[in-house]
Design a protein around this ligand. Sequence first.
Ligand code: HXC
Ligand code: NAP
Length: 289
Amino acid sequence: MKNSDGMLKEEALKGKTIIVTGGGTGLGKAMGQYFLELGANLVIASRKMEVLEDTAHELAEKTGGQVLPIACDVRKYEEIEQVIRATEEKFGTIHGLLNNAAGNFISPTERLSHRAFDIIVDIVLRGTYYFTLALGKKWIALQQSGTLLNIVTTYAWTGSGYVVPSACAKAGILSLTRSLAVEWAKYKIRSNAIAPGPFPTEGAWSRLLPGDMAQKFDPALKNPLGRVGDHQELANLAAYLMSDYSAYINGEVITIDGGEWLMGAGEFNHLESVSSSMWDQLAQSKKDK
Ligand code: HXC
Ligand code: NAP
């Protein structure tokens, strides 16, 4: 058994239809692939149809599953309604939604235009509540149960400089997740979130660690486990939260970051840099007193 192996039983998602926003690239693609391997029908939705079509083709070949790519800008409610209609036409009932689409870049906040702030909040927060609202209304009208899963970040609760629009938007999603977990439980709609730490993707690395920043600020070095995440580790968690195995988990945000955010938070964690001989000297000086 390896951490990069699939974890759930075969057919754990058989018969389920799951929509993944931003499913053409990066982590959305990795999670979508595992949903397919577990028997789900997959819908991937984002702005670039060519990217979606290539991914749909690749994943269908790899897994033998059914993938429907649909162009959709999650900032546009009518386009989301169109994704829902097309999904129902192709697969019938929709069982799950993974709100994964995002935009992000690093910048001192005072250098941002209000449009730059808007663009991130609109993709991340507005996109998530639009899709959640459109599908939630449908599920409630049809008396159909459903599973919502939102991708946030660990700075959704700590905040973070230099990615302030993203931090504001992810904090909003966290609040949406917990609020609806209670309000919509009566409709048998569960709502959970995952907060990933660093998982290398072209999309994130090119925008958050451009140039030689990936070497200068190697995310593995500020992680207590000394490494970044493997996509399958995230896919395992997402598949579990999408599946009926997690039927009693509702309103939870599960962190998967190797302990990274706590390393930054613990008051004395910097003592990690104290060498063994320095600890010996300290112990000796205490004895000498
Ligand atoms: C400052 C910037 C900027 C930058 C764009 N803008 N990039 N401002 N620094 N690096 C400003 C522009 O000047 C413009 O404002 C406004 O933002 C809109 O820019 P456009 O280029 O017109 O937008 P668009 O082409 O729609 O691109 C959207 C995008 C782009 C968000 C800027 O990066 C994108 O498509 N991203 C999608 C994928 C992505 O970001 N993935 C990473 C997710 S990683 P003005 O005022 O000039 O009009 C993630 C991980 C978090 O979230 C945690 C990691 C551990
Ligand atoms: P990514 O590959 O850049 O994924 C972002 C996706 O969002 C892209 O497929 C993009 O597709 C889509 N998207 C952007 N704007 C959109 C819009 N307006 N409408 C519809 N789709 C849109 O980056 P990633 O690293 O896999 O990120 C995936 C998720 O994980 C994000 O929520 C991110 O915040 C989160 N996350 C990532 C990390 C990490 O270390 N990688 C850590 C914490 C959290 P189009 O360009 O085709 O629209």
